[in-house]
Design a protein around this ligand. Structure first.
Ligand SMILES: *[C@@H]1O[C@H](CO)[C@@H](O)[C@H](O)[C@H]1NC(C)=O
Ligand SMILES: *[C@@H]1O[C@H](CO)[C@@H](O)[C@H](O)[C@H]1NC(C)=O
Ligand SMILES: CC(=O)N[C@H]1CO[C@H](CO)[C@@H](O)[C@@H]1O
Length: 552
């Protein structure tokens, strides 16, 4: 069964007339915030909704998708409390009431360790929730657990020493993108209604693209990064990964900072009129007609292989549909937009990462057993995972500092690129720019890197960018409905409302998303007395191409 967000309300309204036992009827597959709320209001208990997702995780994650690192032991008791609250009063419930969500395991949670996928951080225990986690809970969301990621969010294969290798549910031979690959794969498999990821260069948008999902990297400053295991204060962002645009808009409205967060001073940048925006309210009032959309020609790979052609072809088809719908499409052929050159001249992690992780690890609020510094984490005797081609990068990071002379030059390069990007928008009167999130299909398990990704432009300039599904490649033996392909839709700073409206129009026009075949089976809902404990990880799930702990 595949319920579309747009028709959801109606379908549920009709079905609730004939189905007496609403509890039997709630189907977590492709569930949305609206469908969860419809089920709640037609008599399904919050506890059974949470149980339905836990049943799917228990049946389908271990040994296949391998997307979850830990389950929150409190989710069922919180659900029961919400049932009692809903029975006693019907007003004042939050916009995410009883909505089951998953969190990338680099977002601090007081109820679970925050590991960033590293065995060395397996017992690192924040005592304060990250700002976004608090915002979700305040809105009524139920945290089911934490998802696997590329260890310390440092690549895009989504393999880690603690969580093993997460698998793309559309193709058992491929990675789910990354670094928030556990968040992407778990949302594709309907293990939660949505998940949060983090994005330093690509990491929310790439798993969205690789799993036929929507993912938003917000404008720098819109969403607080307080309580996130840091990579770079210049580039880090937190964003939602969802199965439809409606849920992306609701999730963003909840996590956007409602006021200055003193723990993340970039939140001071939010202009008047943007703070407190309800991105869901005007979602359907946009139109493609009259919009001007630039296409970054330099962000395609036009070599003719079966890994690149499906990307090029689906975007060609999308461009034709945008034009049919009345949008003007402007090719932008500008050598400034060269991904490798931007990475070489603008990337800040090698200067910022070590100091910021050291600060993160030395906070008094961080309890449990954990290394005192990044150097300590990578010391001899620790088990950690570094991909073979990352060794030199990690060694540079361990020596890097914002005092390096080169750092100032890099910040100047970012400023120049940012001005150039503003000028491109202005010169062509652009509402948005599109390009493939990844020039090729997501790479196979065992690959050295998630190559071909284009996320760096938004990553360093801080412009918002929304990834959305644009198509699938041809079916193969291991990918029965093909491999997902996504585009990015990038806007000027603080234009999330417009980007969401455009994405909403594209969603209605194209209806691209499909659930993965293997995980789309019906799973009987178990009645749990307590949240099931996680199965121990199978260390064989780490491909032999990635040796553990061989750095120094
Ligand atoms: C904001 O915080 C960062 C990281 O803590 C710090 O380096 C920077 O100087 C601060 N900026 C301002 C304007 O306070
Ligand atoms: C590309 O071609 C190779 C060799 O024929 C094949 O193994 C692979 O599955 C193909 N990939 C896709 C995405 O079709
Ligand atoms: C969007 C895009 O770049 N489309 C190109 C895909 O490749 C063919 C053949 O090289 C071109 O004709 C399209 O313009």
């Amino acid at each position: 069964m595949q319920l579309r967000c747009l028709r959801h309300r109606l379908l549920l309204a009709l079905s609730s007339l004939v189905i007496v036992d609403a509890q039997e009827h709630f189907d977590p597959r492709e569930a949305t915030i609206a469908s969860v709320h419809n089920a709640l209001y037609s008599g399904t208990s919050c506890r059974s909704i949470v149980s339905a997702f836990l049943s799917r995780i228990e049946a389908l994650d271990h040994g296949y998708v391998n997307s979850i690192i830990s389950l929150d032991p409190e989710s069922l008791s919180i659900a029961s409390r919400q049932d009692a609250l809903l029975a006693s009063k019907n007003a004042g419930i939050g916009p995410l009431y009883c909505v089951p969500v998953l969190l990338k395991d680099n977002l601090d949670t007081a109820s679970l360790p925050t590991t960033s996928g590293s065995l060395a951080l397996a017992d690192s225990r924040p005592s304060v929730d990250a700002a976004v986690v608090k915002a979700l809970k305040d809105a009524g969301a139920i945290i089911l657990g934490k998802t696997n990621l590329q260890e310390l969010a440092l690549e895009g294969i989504s393999v880690s020493s603690l969580g093993g290798q997460t698998v793309n549910p559309y193709d058992a031979d491929r990675t789910p993108g990354g670094s928030s690959g556990g968040s992407g794969a778990s949302v594709a498999a309907s293990f939660a209604v949505f998940a949060l990821g983090t994005d330093t260069i690509n990491s929310v948008r790439n798993p969205a693209s690789a799993n036929s999902l929507f993912g938003l990297r917000p404008t720098r400053g819109l969403v607080s990064r307080a309580g996130v295991v840091p990579n770079s204060h210049t580039q880090d962002a937190v964003g939602p990964i969802t199965r439809c645009v409606e849920d992306l808009a609701i999730a963003l409205s909840v996590i956007a900072s409602s006021q200055l967060d003193p723990e993340d001073n970039s939140t001071a940048l939010v202009p008047q009129g943007i703070r407190g925006t309800d991105y869901h309210m005007d979602l359907a009032s946009g139109s493609l007609s009259g919009k001007t959309i630039g296409v970054l020609e330099t962000f395609f790979d036009r070599t003719s292989t079966n890994e690149t052609e499906p990307v090029n072809e689906s975007i060609d088809a999308m461009i034709a549909r945008l034009q049919e719908a009345g949008a003007t499409v402007v090719p932008i052929d500008d050598p400034m937009y060269n991904v490798n050159a931007i990475i070489a001249s603008c990337e800040t992690q090698r200067f910022e990462l070590r100091q910021e992780v050291d600060t993160y690890l030395s906070r008094a609020s961080l309890k449990g057993q954990h290394p005192a510094t990044l150097q300590d984490l990578y010391r001899e005797g620790n088990s950690f995972l570094v991909l073979p081609q990352q060794y030199e990068f990690i060694k540079a990071v361990l020596k890097g500092s914002t005092q390096d002379l080169e750092y100032e030059a890099v910040l100047n390069n970012i400023q120049d690129l940012t001005t150039h990007l503003h000028a491109t928008f202005a010169a062509h009167h652009l509402d948005a720019i599109i390009y493939p999130q990844q020039k090729n299909l997501p790479v196979r398990i065992g690959s050295a890197s998630q190559h071909g990704r284009n996320g760096i432009l938004a990553g360093v300039t801080g412009f918002p960018s929304l990834a959305l599904p644009v198509g699938f490649s041809q079916a193969t033996d291991s990918a029965p409905i093909g491999i997902p392909i996504g585009i990015e839709l990038m806007g000027l700073p603080w234009t999330e409302a417009k980007l969401l409206q455009i994405a909403h129009e594209i969603q209605a026009l194209t209806q691209i998303r499909k659930p993965p075949v293997w995980t789309n089976r019906h799973i009987p809902v178990r009645e749990y007395a307590a949240v099931p404990s996680m199965m121990p990880k199978d260390s064989n799930s780490i491909p032999s191409a990635y040796p553990l702990g061989l750095l120094l």
